[in-house]
Design a binder for this molecule. Structure first.
Ligand SMILES: [Zn+2]
Length: 396
């Protein structure tokens, strides 16, 4: 127990409590343009970039120039991403969820890269304006005005039409050198606070960022000091705390970027110990309710998060439309459609389809484009995957 308490004490990177404007979740039929997951879809592939901030001279973080350590970071990073596809069924869902369904995968995989950015100002998260000693916490949450903005803009610009979620690995410039010199003797003060940025349904080109401080000093402490403190070996035990336990914090922040809060309609904040969205580092944190997985995918269909999904991502499923309907909301879809015999589908906004998708119009069906309506691929070119059965028509 003492070990557990100590462990959770130095793993404090819990992020701020925020409420999401996207938390409310209506279970809609497809008339409201909402794709309902079954749990058996092919995963969507989401682009994400780890940004290792370093000082101008290249010091102050993991570096590709030190391959052994860099390998540790690669494992940390991959574990954080892979957690979405390795969910565990809780033994008891009391207080967490009253559904009986369990999905082992969140149907999210990642096209990731790790880059190094030398920028002494951005590297130092003291420049957020927070004064940790006085418990003054401000500016550490990514937004459109925070101290990392110019770095974020330049990365977005360089990515052109392949934008990714940006995960910033920063450090505390005031304490870093002393911390490293002493192998983390003053470790608890040093970590800063992690935070992920909620999606927006109104600014679809807005970037999506995560602030994730202190990962490299934490490694340094766990490798060089924790073994004596805990009487455990790095190789046999402590390495797993760092590489299996700690990356759950990053998975949690990504959950925020996909639109998850700490609470949902089934439980309050930190009341379900199994969920990835618990802030307690001693909790298992390896589960998501199917409703939360649905929420993430819904946000990948209708918020700025859609721009990070690869253009050929496809659930491998077909949605059958059984009623006349009008689509007025901008959506990105990841499935094929079949419009049943004689039905009318009116399109009054932009609909984005995967490169390899098909829309089948059964006999007599009509797609009618209204003012402002279009079906396109992600790059804006016109969708051409229609299959028209007898008497089916597309009316522009
Ligand atoms: Zn959180």
């Amino acid at each position: 127990m003492r070990l557990l308490l100590l462990l959770s004490a130095f793993l404090i990177t819990s992020c701020s409590l925020q409420t999401s404007p996207l938390l409310s979740q209506n279970i809609n039929s497809f008339e409201n343009q909402e794709y309902q997951l079954t749990g058996n879809e092919n995963p969507l592939k989401v682009r994400v970039t780890a940004v290792l901030l370093q000082r101008a001279d290249g010091s102050g973080n993991y570096s590709k120039s030190r391959p052994n350590e860099f390998g540790i970071f690669q494992t940390y990073w991959q574990n954080a991403l892979n957690n979405f596809q390795d969910l565990k069924k809780p033994s008891d869902l009391e207080g967490c969820y009253d559904g009986l369904d369990f999905w082992p995968k969140a149907m999210l995989v990642f096209e990731d890269k790790i880059i190094e950015v030398k920028n002494t100002y951005a590297w130092n998260h003291r420049n957020t304006g927070s004064i940790y000693e006085k418990n003054i916490l401000k500016g550490f949450s990514p937004n459109e005005r925070w101290y990392m903005k110019s770095v974020d803009d330049s990365l977005t610009l360089a990515e052109k039409d392949q934008p990714s979620i940006h995960v910033y690995f920063t450090n505390d410039g005031d304490t870093y050198d002393e911390y490293m010199r002493t192998n983390g003797a003053n470790q608890i003060k040093n970590h800063g606070i992690a935070a992920g940025q909620f999606p927006t349904p109104s600014n679809l080109k807005r970037s999506s960022q995560i602030h994730y401080p202190g990962v490299y000093p934490k490694y340094f402490y766990m490798k060089n000091r924790a073994p004596q403190e805990f009487g455990k070996s790095w190789d046999k035990e402590i390495k797993d705390w760092y590489l299996i336990g700690d990356p759950k914090g990053l998975t949690h922040e990504l959950g925020h970027n996909f639109g998850l809060g700490h609470a949902n309609k089934y439980h309050g904040a930190n009341k379900c110990k199994w969920t990835i969205m618990s802030q307690k580092h001693s909790d298992p944190r390896n589960y998501l309710q199917p409703t939360e997985i649905q929420k993430m995918h819904s946000n990948l269909s209708k918020t700025n998060m859609m721009q990070f999904v690869t253009e050929d991502s496809h659930y491998g499923t077909t949605q059958v439309l059984n009623k006349d309907q009008t689509w007025t909301e901008l959506r990105r879809y990841y499935n094929d459609f079949v419009l049943q015999n004689g039905l009318r589908l009116r399109i009054a906004n932009k609909i984005i389809m995967p490169t390899n998708a098909k829309i089948t119009l059964n006999p007599g069906a009509r797609i009618i484009f209204e003012e402002g309506g279009e079906i396109v691929y992600l790059d804006g070119t016109e969708f051409n995957g229609y299959e028209l059965k007898a008497d089916a028509k597309i009316i522009r």
